[in-house]
Write a protein that binds this ligand. Structure first.
Ligand code: ADP
Ligand code: ADP
Length: 230
């Protein structure tokens, strides 16, 4: 198994007349199985565009995305066993916590007893054991993001794509959840691509960090070996 390989990827948005934006200007990236790579860079540097292109949610102007050597360029995320987690707006408001976490398992045809066991295991993993029957409207922001994480991990995705998953939370909570997220991704052996504009978050969560500026990688290395602004 070789994991994710991105080669010469270009994402372009059309604009009026000749104006247009090249959001991703031809990048190469490998994410090994079980590895967590952060895409770190300022707003507008192309992180989300790259992530969404890997997810098959954004048209690719040039280049290719492969998983374990198979070409998955343009194949939507849910049809290739990838998971997604966004900043917010992702829980079904009228379902219970358990209903949210188990949603994908139900549509995948997992039977009730197996589903309940898996949901309980996931809630335990994110520190919300016993929260299954609660309405999501009663959760704090941090709890809601834990439920969202549990839901995105439920089908044991081959690759988990996270787009600023903690950026809607306040600083203290974000720091705590960043550490937890690191542990959870390691314990579950999840392969992940993690978009953030926060240095500390990237350095805590990731095995390697790709620093993105103007649609290109300025550097890609392990957190301890990266050049750091003074
Ligand atoms: P981010 O928080 O990742 O920087 P933005 O707030 O820039 O994202 O963008 C939010 C949404 O608006 C995204 O779906 C993005 O694709 C879209 N968007 C961003 N920039 C533009 C733009 N110049 N024109 C149209 N849509 C945009
Ligand atoms: P980041 O995630 O690093 O904030 P984005 O990928 O959201 O960066 O944006 C990269 C560039 O592409 C920005 O100039 C942004 O305005 C532009 N962009 C993003 N989404 C769209 C869109 N849907 N339509 C037009 N331009 C977009």
């Amino acid at each position: 198994r070789t994991g994710l390989a991105v080669r010469g990827l270009v994402v372009r948005y059309e604009g009026p007349g000749r104006a247009g934006t090249t959001a991703v200007a031809g990048v190469d990236l490998d994410v090994g199985v079980g590895e967590v790579v952060a895409l770190l860079g300022p707003s507008g540097s192309g992180k989300s565009s790259l992530l969404r292109a890997v997810a098959g949610l954004e048209p690719v102007a040039a280049g290719a995305v492969t998983w374990d050597g198979r070409d998955v360029t343009g194949v939507p995320v849910h049809r290739r066993g990838f998971g997604l987690m966004f900043q917010d707006g992702q829980l079904f408001p009228h379902r219970s916590v358990a209903g949210n976490v188990g949603y994908g398992l139900a549509t995948a045809g997992l039977r009730r007893a197996a589903r309940d066991a898996r949901v309980a295991e996931l809630l335990e993993l994110v520190g919300l054991a016993g929260y299954g029957p609660r309405a999501v409207s009663t959760l704090s922001g941090g709890q809601a993001q834990r439920v969202a994480l549990a839901r995105s991990l439920a089908p044991a995705p081959q690759l988990l794509l996270l787009d600023e998953p903690l950026s809607a939370l306040d600083r203290g909570l974000r720091e705590r959840l960043t550490g937890e997220l690191h542990d959870i991704l390691r314990r579950t052996g999840t392969t992940a691509l993690y978009v953030t504009h926060d240095h500390d978050e990237a350095f805590t969560v990731a095995d390697r960090v790709a620093v993105m500026i103007d649609g290109r990688f300025a550097q890609v290395d392990r957190p301890g070996r990266l050049w750091r602004a003074p």
